[in-house]
Design a protein around this ligand. Structure first.
Ligand SMILES: Cc1ncc(COP(=O)(O)O)c(C=O)c1O
Length: 351
């Protein structure tokens, strides 16, 4: 593990490569969570038969603390991450983690790690994680759990980092692999969903793409989401994203974009997007922009979709379009305290 005691230039940070020398953790046994411990030791000992290692009973979150224009530090929508953590916990037969302890852990860590919060476009990324640690091989829920939080100074998710425009990426639409099926765990933030996407992403990267856009498992027709991001298009000026369901992670960035679009008077809808219609509309010039969004990557403009043997080019160049750029600027200005959030609990100052 690469531990940082002082910040590197934001261009060198990348995503998830470096860690702050501080971890918060709590252990669950006999039906309750124990006291929070803080440690600079980022390693852990668990039994080789721990449930997480065999049956993937694991959930996590991804959230960021941002350097504000006045020099202070604030989290973006941390209560939403806490709520989604517990949604994932219920889907994975794991215990809820209490809100007060969650907020205290991340706040104490951010306060102590102030010197490791990079300036825009970087941020201090937090990774709350819960794993089942009971040591036995029966397929059953764990009775003991470990909850811990790591912090990682982050620059850009994709290689390029630019502070005022979304990065442009090429994405492969998978006609071969799917990541989540109805009735499964696709809407939980659990490791297994990501394991299911690794081979598809590896193959796409070998073909020169940055990531994969997955379709629904039944018909392989409706667009769902990328390996770690939600998906939007701009169709004749209207912003569209697939509706949430049990195969899509309810992204906090997705929700923020929908709310910001309303505030900006950009028409928007949550509706099923068939890849066949999307491909036709891109060719007809009706869909002019597409982008992926998430905490790690904010908004990444999609300049090209590879679909079967076709290359679908969006816009006239690899520059992000006007709607993606406006949303990116609006969102990042709010995250960095440059403009006011539409809802008071979006910005959570570290005190
Ligand atoms: C599968 C998946 N979809 C969407 C997202 C975007 O979610 P958020 O905006 O809350 O980061 C993520 C990232 O967390 C993800 O892993």
């Amino acid at each position: 593990m690469k531990i940082l005691n002082e910040l590197l230039p934001v261009e060198e940070l990348g995503f998830g490569l470096y860690f702050a020398p501080l971890k918060a953790s709590s252990h669950y046994s006999k039906g309750k969570w124990g006291p929070t411990e803080y440690s600079s030791d980022l390693t852990m000992r668990i039994g080789s038969s721990a449930k997480v290692l065999h049956y993937a009973q694991e959930i996590f979150e991804g959230m960021k603390a941002f350097r504000q224009v006045d020099g202070s530090v604030a989290f973006f929508r941390p209560h939403a991450n806490w709520a989604r953590l517990n949604y994932s916990a219920r889907l994975m037969a794991m215990p809820d983690f209490p809100e007060a302890e969650f907020m205290e852990m991340i706040s104490k860590m951010a306060k102590q790690l102030d010197h490791l919060v990079p300036a825009k476009p970087g941020a201090l990324y937090f990774r709350p994680t819960m794993i089942g640690t009971s040591e036995s091989l029966g397929v059953a829920t764990s009775e003991e759990f470990e909850f811990f939080v790591l912090a990682s100074p982050a620059g850009g998710y994709f290689k390029d980092v630019s502070s005022d425009k979304p990065v442009s990426v090429k994405i492969k639409v998978s006609d071969k692999y799917t990541r989540a099926a109805p009735g499964g765990t696709g809407s939980a933030k659990t490791g297994g969903n990501y394991a299911a996407s690794l081979r598809a992403i590896l193959e796409a990267k070998n073909e020169g793409f940055s990531n994969v856009l997955f379709l629904d498992a039944r018909e392989k027709s409706n667009i769902e989401e990328l390996g770690g991001m939600n998906f939007f298009v701009v169709d004749q000026g209207k912003l569209k994203t697939p509706p949430l369901g049990d195969t899509i992670l309810a992204g906090i960035t997705r929700d923020s974009i929908l709310r910001l679009a309303k505030a900006l008077d950009i028409p928007c809808s949550e509706e099923e997007l068939s890849i066949y219609d999307v491909a036709d509309k891109i060719k007809q010039g009706k869909i002019t922009e597409a982008f992926a969004c998430g905490t790690a990557a904010t908004i990444s403009s999609i300049s090209q979709l590879g679909w079967k043997n076709e290359t679908l080019n969006l816009g006239s160049s690899s520059e992000a379009g006007p709607v993606s750029t406006l949303l990116y600027k609006t969102l990042t200005d709010i995250q960095h305290g440059k403009s006011k959030a539409p809802e008071s609990n979006w910005i959570y100052p570290v005190r």
